[in-house]
Design a protein around this ligand. Structure first.
Ligand code: SF4
Length: 336
């Protein structure tokens, strides 16, 4: 089935990519993302699995052909596989071209096979270090072995993995070559994400570890030959090909504006707010519309209204995330 884009914004961009957060919860407490004692949203505020399905289906009916499921950590949402199973029906009809997710990998060993079975072909895994001790330091609650087991399970199930690594000076600087090689050996792509100098996150102000990707890239060229590619995904990543290994490496710098013209995406939070731009805070409450109306038309109208107000560009400042109440999504979950 050919899904004709129907969501065209005022700058003539077709919106074909929806990122959906299914939970604000996570089983890790990465120091740059969450404080140790998080207050999560009350359950009633979250879209139910049925509501999530309805929302996504509404977008798909309007030409969205790529869905990325995010969190928090999407795989810790109770019964999330019910949602994946159900929404995968749109893959079968051809209306949806790609269903994917961004995960911290902790639950992948449990779900990899099922995810592959329902048609998930690619997954992004956020992973900042291959050192067990450093891993528990940065994630606070995470265990590296569990994540590696999940990655292996996904690869064994035939799923392609892209690793998203936040570049942190004095933290994973010394692992640069190791991470690149590790990914190359497993035929995994890799994206480095730059963070800006950070202020206080919860009780953490320790991570003042800004490492510009320009420097990281220069370091890579000491070992490898990098060839620029003109690959565009409509997102913030810029890609190079590593001549010696054939792998693709992406770079995401938070302040970059160079992808706005080709932006094809919007994002929906787990409480049903639609953010028309990844880097701006304007949003529309779709949950209210969904809960007030049993018919689908008012929701479709609200979606079209929101898209008609999609701003031309953004003013990224991912580093200043507010942690009170709902967490703003971290760049590692933006993932290009
Ligand atoms: S960065 Fe990702 S894995 Fe870490 S606490 Fe935030 S949501 Fe969880």
């Amino acid at each position: 089935m050919n899904n004709i884009p129907k969501l065209i914004d005022p700058f003539n961009r077709a919106i074909t990519y929806l990122r959906v957060s299914v939970t604000d919860r996570c089983d890790f407490r990465c120091v740059y993302c969450m404080s140790e004692n998080m207050n999560f949203l009350p359950k009633a505020d979250l879209l139910t699995l049925e509501e999530l399905d309805k929302m996504c289906t509404a977008f798909i009916s309007q030409g969205v052909e790529k869905l990325r499921i995010t969190g928090g950590e999407p795989l810790v949402r109770r019964n999330i596989m019910e949602f994946f199973n159900s929404i995968s029906r749109h893959l079968k009809t051809g209306a949806l071209k790609e269903l994917t997710l961004t995960t911290n990998g902790s639950q992948l060993h449990r779900f990899a096979e099922q995810l592959a079975e329902i048609g998930i072909k690619r997954i992004n895994v956020s992973l900042d270090t291959l050192n067990e001790e450093k891993f528990s330091q940065i994630t606070r609650w995470g265990r590296l072995v569990q994540v590696l087991k999940g990655i292996d399970a996904a690869l064994a199930a035939g799923i392609k993995i892209k690793i998203n690594t936040v570049a942190l000076k004095d933290f994973n600087e010394d692992e640069l070559e190791k991470i690149v090689k590790w990914c190359a050996n497993r035929k995994m792509d890799l994206t480095f994400i730059e963070v800006m100098p950070m202020g206080d996150i919860g009780n953490e102000n320790r991570l003042n570890q800004y490492w510009p990707l320009s420097d990281l890239r220069k370091r890579l060229t000491k070992t490898w030959t990098l060839k620029d590619t003109d690959e565009q995904t409509g997102g913030p990543a810029r890609y190079v090909r590593v001549y010696e290994t054939g792998q693709k490496i992406g770079f995401i710098t938070p302040m970059t504006h160079n992808f706005c013209e080709s932006c094809n995406r919007v994002r929906l939070t787990c409480t049903g707010e639609l953010y028309q731009c990844l880097g701006q805070e304007d949003q529309v409450d779709l949950r209210k519309v969904l809960r007030k109306n049993s018919e689908i038309e008012p929701l479709l109208e609200a979606i079209h209204n929101a898209i008609s107000k999609k701003p031309k560009g953004h003013d990224f400042d991912y580093s200043r995330q507010s942690i009170s109440g709902q967490m703003s999504r971290h760049m590692s979950h933006t993932g290009g």
